[in-house]
Every structure is written in C-alpha cells, then in structure tokens.
Design a protein around this ligand. Structure first.
Ligand code: SAJ
Length: 424
C-alpha cells in the first residue's frame, strides 16, 4: 500500500485521511492549525459527523503541522480552502502555499493531487509553474500533478467520501493511472478519467454553477409569481412530477456556503481574463445575491400596508446564521446581508441561531421572539420547524425565508400574524 499525505484536515481532508487510513494506507495528516492537530492527536474531531467520530477513535494517522513529515509519501493530496475575497475575486493564496510547501518535501516520482475547488487553468497556469520556479522538481518528470475535485456535501447522511463518484485529470497518462489506482482502492464508486487536468477543474465549477443558476431561476420565478399570485413551490413540485429533464430547486432568502456562491466567480473571472464575459452566470449571481434585500423590501412594504410604519425602530428577530439547515457554518451566509440591510433601515436586530450561541442575542427561540415586531427565518434549522407564536402579541410579520411553513401558515395567521414566504 502506498503512503499518503493529506494537507488540510477540514471537512474535506479529514474524512479523506480517515478513509485512506481505514483502507490500509499509511497516512500523514498535515494542518497548519496547531490546536486542530493537538485535538486530532487526542482523537477529537471538530467535525460533527457520526462516521468521523467513530473513525477518529481508532485511526493510525500521524497528525502533524510539519510539512517535512510527508517526505516519504507517494501521494500528497491538497484539501485546503479556495475562498473568494471581498470583491468576489478568487483567492488562491492558500492552495498555492499548501501545494508549494508540499512539493518542497515530496520525493522524486511522487504524485501531488489537488482536491480543492479551483477554476480551469489553475493547475497548468498557477500551481505547476510555481512549483517549477520554487523547487527543483520538473513536473511530469520528478513530480506528477493531478486534480480530483472534492464533492463532500457537509451534513449529508447518505453521500460521503467513500461512495461518491469522482472525476480525475492529470499531467500525464502515467500519473492519471497512479491517481486512478489510488481512488479506485479508496472509493467504492465510479472514478471517471477526464481528458486533461483542465477538464477535471471545469467539472466541479460547472456542477456548482449549474446549481447556482438553477436556484437563481426559481428565485426569479418566486419574485414574479408573488406578483402573479401563483405559489412557486407548488408549481415546482408539479414540474418535478415530470420523470425526465427537470430537476427541482427551491427559492429562498439567499444562497450561502463555501461552494455555490463562490465557484461561479472562479469561472467568471477566468473567462473574463481570456476574453469571454459570462453574462448569464453573472446575472444568476446578482439575482441570488439580491434575495436578502428582496426579503427586507417585502417585509417593509407589508408593514406599511398594515399601517405599522416602516422598519425604523422595529425589533426584528433573525432566526439563523448558518448558510444551510442543521449545520454550524455561516460562510457567505445571506443572514449577514439581511442583517446589514435591516440595520440600514433602522431596525433593532435580535439574532438567534442554536448552532451559534456565541453570536446570538438570545439564548432561546422564545426569548428571541418575545417582544419582536417582525421575525425572519433565514435558516431552515430543525429547531425552527415547530414555532408556536401564540402569546407573541407584538409580532406583526413573519417572513419564512425557506418556506418551511408554506403549508402551515395558519400557525401565524390564526394568531393575527402576517405570514410572508418566498414566492408562496
Ligand atoms: N439553496 C437554495 N435552493 C436550493 C438549494 C440550495 O436556496 O434549491 C441554498 C441553500 O439554502 C444554501 C445554498 O443554496 O444557502 C447552498 O446550498 P447547497 O444545498 O448547495 O449546499 P452546499 O453549499 O453545501 O453545496 C454542496 C455542494 N457540494 C460540493 O460542492 C461538493 C453542492 O455541489 C451540492 O450540490 C450540494 O452540497 C448538495 O447537493 O447538497
């Protein structure tokens, strides 16, 4: 069995390292976060996942923050973040540093695989030139490079690193075969060889951009159908009865996370740099980014219609900071855009997210709602699925940003609370 190094032990790298160890590979897990390394050495995983919690207890992985410990591995896999900066431009600094630090220690004939999400061209035009400039390696001769985009879906009970199909691209047939052999031993799923590294880079970006434009499609329909008096969710459920050529997505108060709102910008920027303007992808991004403002406008217009004045001075309970239900992850969360908009209109904000007690202004849902004039559900956490608003005499408007109560709005209306959904 080959020796494996995994660089970056977050929600992508740790499950990968644990699985490789379970399959009998010798694994060195590298992360620059010393505290994380210490807790992993204590067999504690910062990821809330039952499978990982069990694997970590019996793993033989060597956890370290020292890159030199990978000098004897045959394959090093880069699983570090590739965020965008505040101008939505790709930030490749982390993946560049990790790849270079790994290459500096990798022995001749080893293989460097990048799993981090990167746009087409990054391996050939950024990573490989960087390694050849800064180390004695000659890619394709002393060091091989491949790309196998990660497909981890945080919080998914069914799909995990051991059973998700993968795509693979490499700098040569030889390294493609080495990487293919590794992944077919590791993963009980289809491993598709792509024609080039660039094709493999493009697959992941296309997967997530596909999702972003489809969400923008239903978000625009939601805003239109709200004017037309049509329930968009019912229409989507109706369209979903078509057994082919339709894939249901649902409208909401915004699109957050480390993937969907980020990946399109990688493609938009790269194409722009090569003379093509992605008008459609950019429009989809602007529609999804406009949803929090759409929600705030909807609330304020409703208050005015109810002769309750504007949002100025109103207490607004914001339910949820996480970008998606039942996880503790607020990266690129629409909640923060919403809060800024509300504050700009003079509202008094009261935040509650059970996954972020340290960022909440209330310690319970009841406390958050008591005395609030308006409440906005941003995240479909399980904890918000059975609200009981009776007795909330101040509450005038409830905006359900994830249409959780689309079939149960009487929970609010029977208590004299105006229910608003997103297109429902
Ligand atoms: N969202 C909608 N409407 C939808 C689906 C999602 O508004 O119909 C919103 C969510 O509320 C969230 C954001 O979009 O704010 C992203 O949601 P997501 O379900 O796409 O969750 P992610 O960001 O964890 O996406 C991951 C991605 N996986 C990888 O990149 C490996 C994505 O490719 C998957 O499609 C997605 O999980 C999934 O299917 O759950």
């Amino acid at each position: 069995m080959k020796k494996i190094g995994v660089i970056g032990l977050g929600y992508v790298g740790l499950p990968l390292a644990l699985l490789a160890d379970e399959k009998g590979f010798g694994v060195v897990g590298v992360d620059l976060d010393k505290e994380k390394i210490q807790s992993l050495k204590r067999r504690e995983a910062a990821i809330d996942d039952q499978r990982i919690g069990q694997q970590i207890k019996k793993t033989k992985i060597v956890f370290t923050d020292d890159f030199s410990k990978i000098k004897n591995v045959d394959i090093a896999i880069i699983c570090v973040p590739t965020p965008v900066d505040k101008n939505k431009s790709p930030d490749l600094s982390i993946v560049k540093n990790a790849s270079l630090n790994a290459a500096k220690h990798l022995k001749k004939g080893s293989l460097l695989i990048i799993e981090s999400t990167i746009n087409p061209g990054v391996c050939n035009e950024v990573i490989i030139p960087l390694i050849e400039e800064e180390t004695s390696h000659k890619i394709g001769k002393t060091l091989h490079v491949a790309h196998c985009p990660e497909r981890i879906n945080p919080g998914d009970p069914e799909w995990h690193v051991g059973n998700i199909n993968r795509v693979l691209g490499a700098d040569s047939e030889e390294s493609l075969d080495i990487a293919y052999s590794f992944y077919t031993q590791l993963v009980d799923a289809k491993i598709k060889k792509m024609g080039s590294i660039k094709e493999a880079e493009a697959v992941k970006i296309v997967e997530n951009t596909f999702r972003d434009v489809n969400i923008a499609f239903v978000n625009e329909l939601a805003m239109s159908f709200e004017k037309l008096g049509i329930n968009i969710n019912n229409v989507i459920d109706g369209a979903a009865t078509k057994p082919f050529a339709f894939m249901a997505h649902y409208p909401g108060i915004g699109v957050g996370g480390h993937c969907i709102p980020v990946d399109p910008y990688y493609l938009i920027e790269y194409a722009r740099g090569n003379g093509f303007e992605h008008k459609f992808l950019s429009l989809a991004r602007s529609i999804n980014e406009s949803m929090p403002t759409y929600a705030v406008n909807l609330v304020e217009e409703t208050l005015i219609k109810m002769a309750e004045g504007t949002l100025q001075g109103k207490t607004v309970a914001v339910l949820g900071l996480s970008y998606k239900a039942n996880v503790r992850d607020d990266r690129e969360s629409p909640s923060y855009v919403l809060i800024n908009q509300l504050e700009a209109r003079g509202a008094v904000i009261r935040i509650f997210d059970p996954y972020f007690p340290e960022k909440s202004d209330a310690s319970t849902l009841e406390e958050a709602l008591l005395g609030a004039d308006v409440s906005i559900l941003v995240t479909g956490h399980q904890e918000f699925a059975s609200l009981n608003p009776s007795g909330l005499s101040n509450l005038k408007v409830f905006l359900d940003g994830r249409n959780v109560y689309k079939d149960r709005r009487d929970v609010f209306t029977q208590n004299g609370i105006y229910y608003l959904g997103i297109g429902v």
